[in-house]
Write a protein that binds this ligand. Structure first.
Ligand code: EPZ
Length: 430
């Protein structure tokens, strides 16, 4: 298995190109199941999860072609995918595929909406939590689908098609909101979705659906009103910049010191994160190229954070921010309210010399003056990159094992960090 070697101590300076958002690209690749026409997606990040999802879509009979880069196109520009679900040949998403990439469970909504039936494996839990999908199923049932769970699969039927309904989520869920929207756009009649997620990726998918002919009001708010249409047509859409990747590299600069422009970053999708980073002593400015991050001289200041659904502090940046706080001048408290087990990075950060104590859903981080490189293990996608952030400021060499977690969500991390002066390289594994 590949490993990544980081030698700490280098300041970062230059430009990092931000890729298209993984958590927008994945649902946007599923949206074409709703139409027989071609949907062209630009700026799709080159990630393992995106490649896995292509395999799952092909299993349903979807045709996907990847267009190369045009002459003069920015090297960092993502891939262009042309996705055509002209006919759907199979409405089953098997366990061996869904279990490898849980977002593929989201094919359920479009399959019911378009085909009137679907058999999709339950995605199962993962390192950060049990990841239930009960609210997805409740949403489909509110739209008239009959859902039963048998031998680890959700069997859903909506003979005669889905009907508009009133969905009110008990808690904010990104996946359940995607599920409800993708089903409601082709349902007969009107649907109201209350307590909807408002993440920028939800907005990006909704905007793409509107370009395909869907009727959605309230995009970007907690309440969505959808008027079903009989069919959707193809379109072209560019995946929104990845706010989690941008926040991650901003914290890397905060940790290592330096002056870096995150080209293509959308500061307007990171309000709470930018405020938090400024309170931690980072100089964050929005430019016409994206965002500029500097940490000049002054130390890192301790800041308390509680994760929250958007527009609050994102759970997907919690581990990275903890990495930054390990060398703050004082004590910080980080509360994780979204997932029940998202502190797997704590023990690995402690191996680097961090001083962190867990109290239920809260981590108390006592800043230390020095971290020391060590062998550490990636446990899940975002935890792995929090170790990279800490290693950038650690004395000596850190070897990060099980790098496949990192490859799921960060395109060419070692290339992007090396280009701005970090001593980071990938050691091909046995
Ligand atoms: C999406 O996961 C993201 N994944 C996650 O990013 C992200 O952490 C999460 O949203 C929260 O922002 C993608 O977009 C592909 P949820 P999702 O439904 O949809 C509970 C990453 O690192 N819940 O918003 O699975 C759930 O247990 C990944 O890129 C139910 O109880 O998350 C959790 O406590 C990790 N029942 C809370 O809601 C349900 O039916 C929020 O989960 C659904 C969710």
């Amino acid at each position: 298995m590949d490993r990544i070697r980081i030698r700490g101590g280098n300041k970062l300076s230059g430009v990092i190109d931000i890729s298209g958002a993984k958590n927008a690209a994945l649902p946007l690749m599923i949206v074409p199941l709703l139409t027989p026409e071609t949907v062209t997606l630009h700026n799709v990040p080159r990630l393992v999860d995106a490649q896995r999802l292509q395999r799952i879509l092909q299993n349903h009979g979807v045709d996907i072609t990847t267009a190369g880069k045009r002459v003069g196109q920015l090297s960092a520009a993502g891939e262009t995918l042309k996705i055509s679900a002209k006919t759907i040949t199979d409405t089953t998403a098997p366990y061996e595929l869904v279990s490898k990439m849980r977002a593929s469970f989201w094919v359920l909504g479009p399959l019911i909406a378009r085909m009137g039936e679907a058999k999709v494996s339950l995605p199962g839990g993962c390192a950060i939590g049990t990841r239930p999908v009960d609210m997805h199923i409740q949403a489909f049932e509110k739209l008239g689908a009959e859902c039963v769970i048998e031998q680890g699969y959700v069997l859903a039927k909506a003979k005669g098609g889905l009907k508009g309904g009133h969905i009110s989520f008990a808690k904010v869920s990104v996946g359940a909101t995607h599920a409800a929207v993708m089903a409601a756009v082709l349902a007969k009649g009107d649907t109201t979705i209350e307590n909807a997620a408002m993440e920028p990726e939800i907005t990006d998918v909704a905007e793409c659906l509107v370009k395909m002919g869907a009727k959605i009001e309230g995009i970007g708010t907690r309440t969505l009103n959808i008027t079903g249409v009989t069919s959707l047509h193809g379109t072209e859409h560019t995946v929104v910049a990845d706010r989690i990747e941008a926040g991650t590299y901003a914290m890397a600069v905060g940790m290592a010191g330096g002056d870096v422009t995150l080209r293509g970053a959308r500061a307007d999708t990171l309000d709470d994160v930018i405020l938090t980073m400024r309170r931690a002593g980072l100089d964050v400015t929005s430019t016409n190229e994206g965002m500029r991050i500097k940490r000049n001289g002054t130390g890192i200041l301790p800041v308390d954070v509680t994760t929250d659904p958007y527009p609050g502090f994102p759970t997907d940046l919690q581990a990275q921010f903890m990495g930054l706080m390990t060398m703050a001048k004082g004590k910080s408290h980080i509360r994780e309210t979204i997932f029940e087990n998202r502190f797997m990075h704590v023990q690995e950060l402690v191996r680097l010399g961090a001083d962190i104590h867990l109290h239920g859903d809260m981590a108390e981080v006592r800043g230390v003056a020095k971290l020391t490189g060590a062998d550490v293990m990636a446990t899940d996608l975002r935890a792995s990159v929090s170790l990279v952030i800490a290693a950038l400021a650690a004395e000596g060499e850190t070897m990060l094992h099980r790098v496949y977690h990192l490859d799921r969500g960060f395109e060419d991390l070692e290339g992007k960090l090396s280009a701005v002066g970090a001593d980071v390289s990938r050691i091909a594994g046995a």
